[in-house]
Design a protein around this ligand. Structure first.
Ligand SMILES: Cc1cc2nc3c(=O)[nH]c(=O)nc-3n(C[C@H](O)[C@H](O)[C@H](O)COP(=O)(O)O)c2cc1C
Length: 248
């Protein structure tokens, strides 16, 4: 099993979000019988430039920032992973700036359900409050990326004690392992299914006039009745997986 994590805090490995993410992965390693590989990226070990808004990506072209930052490496690692964990400190009741920068650079992927088949976890850490919006926001972006999410790990650090924290970390780790081991049988949420149907109708109507429309047709998404059918096919069909796992 391969686990990709992005932790959006500039406080590196001393940060709460990093420590919680590491604890979830350690727990998974302990409980998983197979081999588990993990990589935790954060702003101290990875350079991600801020989106400059030229929207090359929505035209189906490579982002020029990719020649000067680590986004290609990050995207490849995400495509290669089975489990995606995104962790953010709560900042003014929102995600941190680095998490927002990270997702801005994945905007095109959210139009093409690029990470379908993967299992995800959102982590938010605050002092006392403001986690709900961050949990909602991170889960929503996971949904548009095609990821199946388990319940968010939402920790107000000054309000919970060490035992509660350990219990929540254990629950999150168990939920991820369980979802991974039952991946073929997972049923996408109604919201995710509806998002797929809405996008499919819109992009089919565009008749290949936009890059998203071409992507949906050429990568096979548009030929599936439901997101669940697409997800199941992707997990079983290596040819489809190879096509979808290309960077663009
Ligand atoms: C600019 C800023 C805004 C913050 N906003 C909130 C907030 O809205 N609610 C809260 O409970 N904690 C807030 N915090 C505290 C952090 O969420 C908390 O210290 C968290 O554990 C930091 O995680 P980190 O160590 O991974 O950076 C804020 C901290 C900073 C620096």
């Amino acid at each position: 099993m391969k686990v990709f994590a992005y932790v959006g805090t500039s406080r590196g490995e001393t940060s709460n979000a990093f420590k919680v993410t590491q604890a979830v992965i350690d727990q998974m390693s302990k409980d998983y019988s197979g081999k588990l590989e993990s990589n935790i990226y954060h702003p101290e070990n990875t350079n991600i430039e801020s989106c400059d808004g030229i929207i090359n990506c929505f035209g189906g072209k490579a982002c020029p920032l990719e020649v000067k930052d680590d986004m290609v490496k990050i995207k490849k690692a995400m495509l290669d992973a089975d489990v995606i964990i995104i962790a953010s400190p709560v900042r003014m009741h929102h995600v941190s700036g680095s998490v927002k920068t990270f997702f801005d650079r994945l905007a095109y992927w959210a139009h093409v359900f690029k990470l379908t088949g993967k299992i995800g976890l959102s982590i938010s850490v605050s002092s006392t409050n403001g986690n709900e919006f961050v949990d909602y926001y991170l889960d929503k972006l996971h949904m548009y990326l095609g990821i199946y999410t388990v319940d968010p790990l939402s920790l107000p650090m000054d309000v919970i004690d060490a035992d509660e924290k350990a219990g929540f970390i254990l629950e999150a780790s168990e939920a991820l392992l369980n979802a991974y081991q039952n991946s073929y049988n997972l049923k996408p949420s109604q919201k995710q299914e509806l998002a797929f149907q809405t996008f499919k109708a819109m992009y089919l109507k565009q008749e290949r006039k936009t890059s998203e429309s071409r992507y949906w047709i050429d990568h096979g998404l548009a030929s599936f009745e439901t997101f669940q059918d697409f997800r199941s096919a992707l997990l079983k069909n290596n040819e489809l997986k190879r096509k979808v796992n290309g960077l663009y």
